[in-house]
Design a protein around this ligand. Sequence first.
Ligand code: ADP
Ligand code: MG
Length: 378
Amino acid sequence: MARIPTLEDLGDVSGKRVLLRTDFNVPLDGTTITDDFRIRAALPTIEWLIARDAEVVCASHLGRPKGKPTPEFSMAPVRARLAELAPGVELLENLRFDAGEEGNDADFTARLIEGFDLYVNDAFGASHRAHASIVGPPKVLPSAMGRLLQKEVDVLLGLRTNPKRPFVAVLGGAKISDKLGVVEALLDVVDALAIGGAMCFTFFAAQGKSIGDSLFEPDQVETCARLLDAGKTIHLPDDIVGVDANGTYATFGTWLPDGAKGLDIGPGSAAAFSDVIMDARTVFWNGPMGMFEDERFAAGTRTVAQAMADTKAFTVVGGGDVVAALGQFGLDDEVDHVSTGGGASLELIELGDLPGLEALRAAPNAPGEDPGREETGR
Ligand code: ADP
Ligand code: MG
């Protein structure tokens, strides 16, 4: 497979106008940015380009404005923060204000790249989408992946190809059907899986257990049963915290009575998952262990987060909500890699490639076949 071009493959960037696709899809409270992690994450690439006298114009989506200008999704707050972090760098208006972005429209791409000499993709969190700003510019402009995208690809593909063992994946969260594909892909490479969050109840159902009113996906029960039979070690919780039929806080085993709802893994399970994490040499974590937004159900996620901070293993965390949880506990600096992409990190682990990476590999300046090297461009 051809190598993905890196910034070095752009040649001399001095005096060139560079379109930099970033993922500035930051959480907003009104017009206040509640976490600028994604803006700061683009700085290494911006600084690399600026230091070499390129003129940098960023472009990003923000929220889901559905193809038309929507004031609440204006890039203005992001532009203001960017001006503080990287003076002189421009930022275009929200790409999704035009339906051509998500529709991958060729005319939209042509208008977007007008006046630019080079294209850089540093929007890892959007690179699993075949949207215009991701796959269009590399068809025409000499292109490269930015430093953030490069690191994400190195780390996440590294998990697939040569993880230090034991390699353990800890999975939770609520989006079960979205995630079973990655569970399946991970089963091929991990030594063990630990499953909490709402995800565990579909596995419980597959084991014929009673799960009360807990969140589960009936049409995924069969898949879960198959995964349980795949011959890999899958750790499931053996105690659950939640509410009983009256909505009162309660602790259960793995057999939930009618009307009860499981909302967190219990303390015994959290300790057991921590032990697995402490004994591992590589850990990938996606999805919180419970409804951590409610302090009563945050303990499981907090315990696992602390183990991620304490273990000597190489630790990688991906997923919007689990990254938010880490931040809430003040532990985001304690893990080795916090992925800026939720869906993108799962898709890259599952499939080993993304539409945005394929597009870069086909760019006019892309280095040719290079079978002796990693596909990641190192
Ligand atoms: P991520 O963004 O990390 O990939 P998801 O989006 O799949 O994770 O899921 C995150 C959500 O899952 C959180 O809002 C959390 O409250 C919810 N959640 C976790 N465990 C449970 C549970 N047992 N019951 C209901 N919701 C849960
Ligand atoms: Mg989420």
